[in-house]
Design a protein around this ligand. Structure first.
Ligand code: PEP
Length: 261
């Protein structure tokens, strides 16, 4: 089965990113990072990130400094400043030494009206600010059942990366997150994950063959210690975006270990 196949193109460093969503106060975050750091200290060859609420950013950046854990935000406005109550900008994140930002998570798209038009503005702004964007894409259950997955992915990749020049495409991390698998415990099969991620890589390849080789594409959707190794071994899967299972340091560290080449 493809899942067991050894990878032959090693140029892409896997990334395992935990998405805490709206969980953990600053003191919870502090406790967590102290538990996580020793558990991932010996890991090598994997990038590790935690995407935390805005209120946890400063404490997490300070506590993770000098470790292999990078701290990301979960959203960002495209303007550097302005009358946008409740929003946070790229320069605000950069000044805190935040390393990256999740953009277009399905919860932001579905619950807060995040549009492809907004993402087309945000992704290049994040890149220009030196922030690593993780752009989330994925289909609903209805779209999958209606064999509409490829159309949806094609449209999201085209629109959301529309303002990123070809030579910077590989600097974006893409997370394929089928919406029906997020927070549901219903994980995509290895075949579904590989097929969709290979399709996304081919879409990037339509713009730049070189970028398609280099771009990292993660799988997200009910990744847990028990299923991580099989998903992470897939030839086109370059890591995972992990929601629920990232809330426990031990479970998250096990997923990080599963990504170790
Ligand atoms: C996510 O929040 O991006 C996610 C994939 O959540 P979960 O792992 O809980 O499905």
């Amino acid at each position: 089965m493809a899942a067991a196949k050894a990878k032959t193109t090693p140029a892409r460093t896997p990334l395992v990113a935990g998405n805490w969503k709206m969980y953990k106060t600053e003191s919870d975050a502090e406790e967590y990072i102290q538990a996580l750091l020793p558990r991932v200290a010996a890991v090598s060859g994997v990038d590790v990130a935690i995407c935390v609420p805005f209120t946890d950013l400063r404490a997490m950046v300070d506590s993770a400094r000098g470790s292999r854990v990078e701290v990301y935000a979960q959203n960002m406005h495209h303007e550097p400043e302005g009358a946008f109550t409740g929003e946070v900008s790229a320069p605000m994140l950069s000044e805190l030494d935040v390393r990256g930002v999740v953009l277009g998570h399905s919860e932001r798209r579905q619950l807060f009206g995040e549009s492809d038009k907004a993402l087309a503005l945000k992704v290049p702004v994040a890149l220009d600010a030196g922030l690593q964007p993780i752009l989330c894409v994925g289909e609903t259950e209805q779209e999958r059942d209606g064999e509409d997955t490829e159309r949806k992915l094609r449209q999201q990749i085209k629109d959301d990366l529309g303002n990123v020049p070809d030579e910077r495409l590989a600097d974006v991390v893409i997370a394929y997150e089928p919406i029906w698998a997020i927070g549901t415990g219903r994980v995509a099969t290895p075949e579904q994950a590989q097929e969709a991620i290979a399709f996304i890589r081919a879409l990037v390849g339509d713009r730049s063959a070189e970028a398609a080789q280099r771009v990292r594409i993660l799988y997200g959707g009910s990744v847990k210690p028990e299923n991580a190794a099989e998903l992470l071994a897939l030839p086109d899967v370059d890591g995972a975006l992990v929601g629920g299972a990232s809330l426990q340091a031990d479970a998250f560290a096990q997923i990080v270990s599963a990504a170790t080449p």
